[in-house]
Design a protein around this ligand. Structure first.
Ligand code: BTN
Length: 325
């Protein structure tokens, strides 16, 4: 770890607490000048570091900048094998992880960004990913002996983990719009895009890239007009460490479900939050739009729908999207 990263880790671990320059220098085995240079550099990255004579330096509790060190301090030991990188900006964290995955990267690679210029959504849509206000995170998974159709399991796991983590750190009640949208008070606050590659040899999944975007705060100038009636945010006010905490809560919960994937089902928790079942819906696909009644979600997380003529179908997420009628 470079000096700056070590310094940030120390400050994040001791947020709001003053540490003398001497103590920092000793702990990190660096000179006092190196401490000062590191502080200066962190300040230029936006970190508010207070300096008081005879007390030392302290990272302000108000600072809410997403970073590896900021997330790692909240991660459970079970997540210790994750390899996190945070970029200021990328086109798409999913695209960044896919690139690494096709070059053979290991399961557990996690890429986050403070903004995305070409955030990808489902069915060819874009995901609005402004600077400083959201979490944009993708994780590489290599589950063994899973078919492409079973990939929905990981999307739905992520949806449950996202809802639970939002509820753990806010007063909000979350809902899931099948299959991948997280809602609070009728507004979409997050979405999940799972992309996969199939091994031609085995026919099973080679890897999965599970990407999640969460609007933690409303962007300072609001959402663009085309989203203003649809999109919402988890918090209406700035929170202490809101983004790092939420990202870590999500990873802790998601990985716990992932590790238990063949032993326990998360589906009941998914159903409980469903906002589509029991409602009339429009099914939008390349073939056209159809009206149906959303009857239930089965154990494979398929949506069971009933059409006007009484016939029933089980829908995979694929290229379909759902609108409440
Ligand atoms: C959707 O709402 O249709 C899914 C949105 C998924 C957005 C996330 S943000 C992190 C990851 N990288 C991307 O390019 N997309 C996903």
């Amino acid at each position: 770890m470079a000096t700056k990263e070590k310094l940030l880790a120390l400050f994040e671990e001791n947020k709001g607490i003053y540490i003398s320059g001497e103590e920092i220098a000793e702990k990190l085995s660096i000179s006092r000048t190196a401490v000062w240079k590191g502080v200066k550099s962190l300040r230029s990255d936006g970190y508010k570091i207070d300096a008081v004579q005879n007390k030392g330096y302290s990272l302000s509790v108000e600072t809410d900048i997403i970073s590896v060190q900021g997330i790692e301090k909240y991660l459970n030991p079970k997540c210790r094998d994750l390899s996190l990188t945070v970029f200021p900006t990328v086109e798409s964290t999913n695209a960044a992880v896919i690139e690494k995955a096709s070059a053979g990267a290991k399961e557990g690679l996690v890429i986050l960004a403070n903004s995305q210029t070409k955030g990808k959504g489902r069915v060819g849509r874009t995901f609005y990913s402004p600077t400083d206000t959201g979490i944009y995170l993708s994780i590489l998974l290599r589950p063994v002996h899973y078919s492409a159709q079973q990939a929905v399991k990981f999307t739905t796991m992520a949806a449950v983990a996202a809802c639970e983590s939002i509820e753990a750190i806010s007063e909000q009640k979350t809902m899931i719009k099948w299959v991948n949208d997280i809602y609070i008070n009728g507004k979409k606050v997050g979405g999940i895009l799972t992309e996969a590659a199939i091994s031609l040899e085995s026919g099973f999944l080679d890897y999965i890239v599970m990407g999640i975007g969460i609007n933690v705060y409303t962007p300072p100038k609001g959402f663009p007009p085309e989203l203003s009636n649809i999109a919402g945010a988890v918090f209406s006010e700035h929170q202490r460490d809101g983004k790092n905490r939420l990202a870590a809560e999500f990873l802790n919960r998601f990985m716990a479900y992932y590790f238990m994937r063949d032993k326990e089902s998360h589906v009941e928790k998914y159903r409980k939050r469903g906002m589509v079942t029991g409602k009339q819906i429009d099914i939008l696909s390349k073939e056209g739009n159809k009206k149906a009644y959303a009857k239930d979600i089965d154990d494979e997380c398929r949506l069971i729908v009933r059409y006007g003529d009484g016939t029933e179908e089980k829908l995979y997420s694929g290229e379909i999207s759902i609108r409440l009628s």
